[in-house]
Design a protein around this ligand. Structure first.
Ligand code: CU
Length: 286
């Protein structure tokens, strides 16, 4: 999987826009990434897996970078864990854009461009999970066959996964699951959706994302009903945060970092419960 450290991000009600992005097809080409890798050599993989056994190389590798965006400082922090899970977090800090209590509330929309290449760059597919009820058979994954826009429904436990369509010998599909974690819904104006499923396109780096995210669901489409079934796929995910400033309290002088994060979890990479992966507190039952 190729992780781009940031995409377009803007604070809707401030009418301020900042775009931080990585150009080109290789994240290593970005100066910030070159700096980070120089500081922190990363293992080729976080887990050496053979059959059902895993040997941890690093229990938790963290890569972070801080961006000055007008008054704010945004920390993008990626934690790569030995079990293959990934936590993508954004920390908001710096100074408030206004200290007027009556106009201080606003929303931050963070857009992540995620280029999953499960096993191969192509032959991938995005699926959407729905929990329709508690009776057997009411949980299910629905393939998304054409480009489009998706919204999360908490009542049905919406989540998404990118799979490689070739099943393992046990019939399961290797995938990465993305569980949404916004603390508010879309407003329909500045933020219109939670996930965009698109064909891979190296030219689409987020530079066209402005005060709204409309471009992701319009000009970024590759024609009507363009196929994303068995293709090289990119998903854009919006993590949304409502910020109610504490200008008369803890944020009087500066906003201490407050973090919001979402998880990307491996699914069916291995065939059974891993053992001796890493030490936890309290200890794992295995
Ligand atoms: Cu804010």
């Amino acid at each position: 999987m190729t992780v781009r450290p940031s995409a377009g991000q803007f604070c809707a009600t401030q009418k301020c826009q900042t775009i931080t992005r990585v150009k080109g097809s290789s994240p290593e080409a970005h100066p910030a990434i070159q700096h980070l890798t120089a500081l922190l050599p990363l293992p080729a993989t976080a887990v050496a897996a053979s059959g059902n056994s895993c040997r941890p190389i690093a229990s938790n590798t963290v890569v972070w970078a801080k961006f000055q965006c007008y008054n704010y400082q945004y920390v993008h922090r990626w934690a790569f864990r030995a079990d293959g899970s990934i936590e993508a977090a954004v920390g908001l800090g710096g100074r408030l854009w206004t200290f007027n209590p009556t106009t201080g509330g606003h929303v931050h929309n963070f857009y992540f461009r995620l280029d999953f290449d499960l096993v191969t760059a192509d032959n991938n597919q995005v699926q959407e999970f729905s929990h329709a009820g508690n009776n057997p058979g009411q949980d299910g994954w629905q393939p998304l066959l054409v480009e489009g826009v998706r919204t999360a429904q908490p009542s049905t436990a919406t989540k998404w996964r990118v799979v490689n369509k070739s099943p393992k010998p046990n019939g399961q599909l290797r995938s990465y699951e993305l569980t949404p974690a916004s603390d508010m819904g879309r407003d329909g104006t500045y933020s219109s959706a939670d996930l965009w499923v698109l064909q891979y396109d190296a030219s689409q780096d987020g530079a066209a994302v402005g005060f709204t995210d409309a471009v992701l669901g319009t000009t970024y489409l590759h024609g009507p009903n363009a196929s994303v079934d068995g293709r090289d796929i990119v998903v854009w995910y919006c993590m949304r945060h409502h910020h109610q400033p504490r200008q008369l309290g803890e944020e009087t002088n500066v906003l201490p970092y407050e973090f919001l994060s979402f998880h990307i979890e491996p699914r069916d990479f291995i065939d059974a419960t891993p053992t001796n992966l890493y030490t936890t507190t309290p200890p794992s039952p295995l």
